[in-house]
Ligand binder design. Structure first.
Ligand code: LMR
Length: 399
């Protein structure tokens, strides 16, 4: 059965980490995967996470199964983080939330559910988008298509073309939007653009799916939810796929949530019953530990306050790295204008480096970035900046 199988290509992002680990160059730098690094180059466990784990360890009474959709407290905390404590969507019962294994798990559950209720639906993805998006939805049996998003020449959103394409999407199709910190470009919609996109989606009867993996990494936890909330204000039905990998640093705990908003509490509950069937057939019920950490932190005012400070520290540090990167490239004599990187948001920037330059960076300098030219700014540190910028200057010189 297996003799004739030829190897699949490595994953565009996680495959880089595999190659990076095997690289023997002591100066190697991994700016592939979106993982936060502190000044010492470590990806720390947040203090509030440690504290929550201490409490869980001493108070935990059972390892019995969670419900298929996770704990109700976790669901409520997730909804409040997305929409705000007293938002009508939360208080009215129009939203239901399932605890999912990471943002990816939430996207896949949404895909499975859509494939059941609207077989043949197309999921519309930004061009460019996270390379795993097409695979997640195609694996669920859905079609994918793309809408214009980024103009590389201007390093800005190609908004007119984006809106024109959104205006052609048939009712019942899914429109995937990045809630904030667009991955890979780092360029987000403005408030006015969110408004316009939400209006078009509502007019056309398109189902918005907000991939919300970086809440807190652009301007702040509340501020970053503005786009999601603008969509919610116009569209009576939507999904939000939350991830807590980045803002709680819980990457390997695989913790996220899928929130569905319906027109009525009855429709929301009926939808949840089908979502639970998708989950049961897929991974049965969610892993508890990461979700319990999130629930503990969000449910304790003092821990929550401290966690908000930790998120702010990560955000500010990434922004400091953005500026240091631009300055250091200048110092290395790079004459191309990279100042746009200091204006982008979240973990990623689209560098504009060509595939050949990306390859040269890896082969000559052991600097790993995604083939599209996406750089994880969150992987930059004071310690690797000089080497990194000298490497980029070198490959740019070679053309
Ligand atoms: C990324 O884009 O680097 C992250 O979302 C991690 C991943 O799973 O790809």
């Amino acid at each position: 059965m297996f003799d004739s199988i030829t190897p699949a290509p490595p994953d565009a992002i996680l495959g880089l980490t595999e190659a990076f680990k095997k690289d023997l160059n002591p100066r190697k730098v991994n700016l592939g995967v979106g993982v936060y690094k502190d000044a010492g180059g470590a990806t720390p466990v947040l203090e509030t996470v440690k504290e929550a784990e201490r409490r869980l360890l001493s108070g935990e009474k059972t390892k019995s199964y969670l419900p298929i959709d996770g704990s109700p407290e976790y669901a409520a905390a997730s909804q409040r983080l997305v929409f705000g404590d007293s938002h009508a969507i939360v208080t009215s019962g129009r939203a239901v939330t399932a605890h999912a294994p990471g943002g990816t798990g939430a996207l896949r559950v949404a895909g499975d559910f859509v494939a059941q209720i609207t077989p043949g639906a197309t999921v519309w993805l930004s061009d460019p988008t996270w390379p795993n998006h097409p695979s997640v939805f195609q694996s669920a049996g859905l079609k994918v298509a793309s809408y214009p998003y980024f103009d590389p020449a201007a390093n800005a959103i190609d908004f007119e073309r984006m809106l024109a394409t959104l205006g052609t999407i048939p009712a019942g199709d899914v429109l995937l939007l990045h809630g904030c910190c667009h991955n890979p470009t780092g360029v987000d919609l403005s408030p006015a653009q969110w408004q316009a996109v939400a209006e078009v989606a509502a007019q056309r009867g398109v189902l918005p799916l907000l991939d919300f993996a970086y809440q807190g990494f652009a301007d702040g936890l509340e501020e970053d939810a503005a786009g999601v909330r603008a969509v919610a204000a116009h569209c009576p039905e939507m999904f939000v796929a939350s991830s807590y990998s980045k803002n709680f640093g819980l990457y390997n705990e695989r913790v996220g949530a899928l929130t569905l908003v319906a027109r009525s509490p009855q429709a929301a509950e009926a939808s949840l019953s089908h979502i639970k069937r998708c989950i049961r057939a897929n991974y049965s019920n969610p892993p508890a530990h990461g979700g319990e950490i999130v629930r503990t932190i969000l449910g304790d005012p003092e821990l929550r306050r401290r966690w908000e400070g930790e998120v702010a520290d990560m955000r500010q540090r990434i922004n400091t790295m953005r500026h240091l990167f631009v300055e250091t490239l200048n110092e290395k004599g790079v004459d191309r204008d990279f100042s746009f990187i200091a204006r982008q948001r979240g973990m990623f920037s689209f560098s504009g480096l060509t595939p050949a330059q990306v390859k040269a960076l890896r082969e000559r300098h052991a600097v790993y970035i995604v083939g599209s030219g996406r750089i994880s700014v969150a992987g930059m540190t004071e310690g690797n900046m000089d080497y990194l910028c000298a490497a980029i200057a070198d490959v740019l010189k070679a053309g």
